[in-house]
Write a protein that binds this ligand. Structure first.
Ligand SMILES: Nc1ncnc2c1ncn2[C@@H]1O[C@H](COP(=O)(O)OP(=O)(O)OP(=O)(O)O)[C@@H](O)[C@H]1O
Length: 640
């Protein structure tokens, strides 16, 4: 099937042809046959790089009205936005951050790229653009089983279907154990395929030998180095590029440094570009590695640093990237060889094996279309025994089933409140009706959620967010909390803390930052054992500015120290302290500072709105609100 045979305007055909898309790949043909150009719902569960985005574009370009393209990660949103803006005469908008386009602006576009949280928030706020959407593409829909993000996605899809019952839904998924079940939930036709544009060989490397799934055995001597180094060197010697996945940032940097001792290639221009972006020692290390065509990639880097690394790798200037698994999630950086050095990860309690799905996503990055005859992906094992174990667990193994995570109290708290507050339900039975339309409801039965929903309703009523006198209705506070998109527990805790802050003799940026950092919506830094004394001393010194008493603390002090350290870092940042100093004092990279500061600024904005709800007789609340506003402005002004 040729792109010219599709019901697309001439300009789009020319655009795709200019990109080298002429003959459709087999999964794309299957999607067309399933009616993706005629408004039919389709779930494409196919491997990485097999042309899912084109399937999405077909749906969006042939749809009668505007489309939304839902992504799980902001990094992915930018990549897709850049790709779609190339389409001739198509207006594209993006909604990812919290201070970006307004809902009115978004109404003007043919395609809006948005995170699932942004779509959820638009629905809660009754934004017109979202009810006008005729086609919704959900990228990486297998992430339905992630805590937090997954429940938001399934509730959002259920609400989109309520708003526009005949909406065209297109799901894009990795190969998972139960794609048919997801398709069934969406009432979509399943397009499932193992086809890839470049052949993929997977295997395990141990004792200087790589054994592939097609039976090939290849000796790759280590020369006394660690296996990952030998495998990367071998790929580069052979004219390829290599992506190495490790479990932690520290390992990524250490391995990149070791690899930097090898001379792989000269990438002086990339190194110079990274040197100019370097604001910390980590940035300088990155530039130094890049000079020898090696880079590391993790969430501590700034968005600009990550972009330079990804672009330089795609342009083949960098030969090796050592990355944490975040890189495998969606960002398009194919390499001839992928090495998975660490197959375990710390999960908060101990080391746990990576899921098959995640390892397959990393494998899937192997093989660059038109450049490599085939891609190779290798897991590193310590000996022959472990090699057998890893082969059984990952090579040729079925990926896990995707299961709903909606049954947690935290997820239901926020979604039950928003369901009532945005008018989807005004009784317990109607709440359960909506939940029945989620993926959870499809896999189990919403009735099974009955008792958690009961607990959640009790909580929301006690917290002053729901009124149960006549059916179910959101109170003013409940409506506000739903609209500003915070966890109801956060909403309650900031109301209480603002009231306490009003009684303090001095309210400073530290006061309000501690207040927002001590909520479940805020990720915190971690206080190491050897820092605890120093952080406690700092908290004691500034006791007069805090809404909690350090001297007579009630609750989990260890956790609160993490909160306080985060607030202190943010207060320094708002105050103008440089990134290299923050790196030294708090052990954070620019990527962390940027992410945490943005989150805090968003929570401060939400808190300021909530402050407006509290009765303010003596002007105390306004005094706190002013500091909240000033602190937020100071954070927004600084850019990591
Ligand atoms: N029919 C085609 N002919 C030639 N090239 C194609 C075709 N379809 C897609 N491509 C190219 O293949 C590459 C990978 O496609 P795409 O990014 O859509 O894959 P994907 O399945 O969305 O991958 P990911 O899993 O990373 O999201 C792109 O460069 C795209 O232009």
């Amino acid at each position: 099937m040729h792109v010219a045979d599709l019901p697309l305007a001439e300009r789009f055909v020319a655009h795709f042809e200019a990109q080298g898309v002429e003959e459709l790949y087999p999964p794309q043909v299957a999607a067309v046959e399933a009616g993706v150009c005629e408004g039919e719902r389709v779930l494409a569960a196919v491997p990485t790089a097999s042309g899912k985005t084109f399937v999405a574009q077909l749906a969006m370009l042939t749809s009668d009205g505007p489309a939304v393209y839902v992504v799980p990660l902001r990094a992915l949103a930018t990549e897709k936005y850049d790709e779609f803006t190339e389409l001739p005469d198509v207006s594209v908008g993006i909604a990812t951050g919290d201070f970006d386009a307004t809902d009115e602006d978004l109404a003007e576009h043919d395609i809006v790229v948005a995170t699932s949280e942004k779509v959820d928030s638009a629905i809660r706020n009754g934004a017109e653009w979202i009810s006008a959407v005729d086609c919704a593409v959900v990228d990486e829909i297998h992430l339905l089983d992630q805590d937090g993000r997954g429940p938001t996605l399934e509730v959002t899809v259920a609400k989109l279907r309520r708003l526009t019952p005949d909406i065209q839904l297109v799901g894009l998924s990795a190969t998972v154990g139960n794609a048919a079940e997801i398709a069934d939930w969406l009432d979509a036709e399943l397009v499932a395929s193992d086809w890839r544009p470049v052949e993929l060989k997977t295997g395990v490397y141990a004792e200087e030998t790589a054994v592939f799934d097609d039976g090939e055995e290849r000796d790759i001597p280590t020369g006394g180095d660690q296996p990952a180094i030998a495998l990367a060197r071998d790929a580069v010697d052979d004219g390829g590029q290599c992506l190495v996945f490790v479990s932690s940032r520290r390992s990524a940097q250490a391995l990149a440094e070791d690899l930097g001792d090898e001379f792989l290639d000269d990438a002086a221009e990339v190194a110079e570009e990274l040197r100019l972006l370097a604001t910390t020692g980590t940035g300088t290390d990155l530039a130094r590695s890049a000079a020898n065509a090696v880079a590391f990639h993790h969430a501590g880097l700034s968005a600009d640093q990550r972009r330079v690394v990804e672009d330089a790798f795609r342009d083949r200037e960098l030969k090796v990237i050592v990355a944490t698994p975040t890189l495998a999630a969606g960002v398009n950086v194919p390499a001839r060889r992928v090495v998975v050095r660490d197959h375990e990860r710390f999960d908060g309690e101990g080391m746990a094996s990576l899921p098959v799905l995640e390892v397959h996503q990393m494998f899937g990055r192997a093989g660059r279309p038109h450049l490599d005859p085939y891609g190779e992906a290798l897991l590193v094992a310590s000996d022959a025994g472990e090699a057998d174990e890893l082969r059984g667990r990952y090579v040729g193994a079925e990926p896990e089933r995707v299961t709903s995570k909606l049954d947690s109290e935290r997820a239901l708290r926020t979604h039950v409140l928003s369901t009532v507050a945005s008018g989807f339900a005004d009784s317990r039975a109607e709440v359960l009706d909506l939940l029945d339309e989620t993926f959870y409801g499809h896999q189990r039965a919403a009735d099974e959620l009955g008792s958690v929903v009961g607990d959640v309703l009790d909580y929301l009523a006690a917290a002053g967010m729901l009124d149960r006198r006549d059916g179910l209705a959101a109170t003013r506070l409940g409506t506000l909390v739903s609209r500003v998109y915070v966890d109801p527990v956060t909403g309650r805790s900031v109301v209480d803390a603002i009231e306490r802050a009003g009684d303090l003799p001095r309210v400073t940026s530290l006061t309000v930052l501690e207040l927002v950092c001590d909520t479940s919506d805020m990720p915190t830094l971690y206080v190491r054992n050897d820092e605890a004394g120093r952080v406690t001393d700092a908290a004691t010194r500034r006791e007069g500015e805090l809404t909690k008493s350090v001297m007579s603390f009630d609750g989990d002090f260890q956790r609160w120290l993490d909160v306080f350290k985060t607030a202190l870092m943010l207060a320094d940042w708002a105050d103008g302290v440089a990134l290299d100093e923050l790196a030294e004092q708090y052990g954070v990279g620019p990527g962390d500072v940027g992410r945490i500061a943005e989150r805090a600024a968003w929570l401060l904005a939400a808190t300021e709105s909530i402050a407006g709800y509290i009765a303010d007789e003596g002007g105390e609340v306004e005094r706190v609100a002013r500091v909240i506003r000033e602190t937020r402005e100071a954070l927004v002004e600084r850019e990591a």
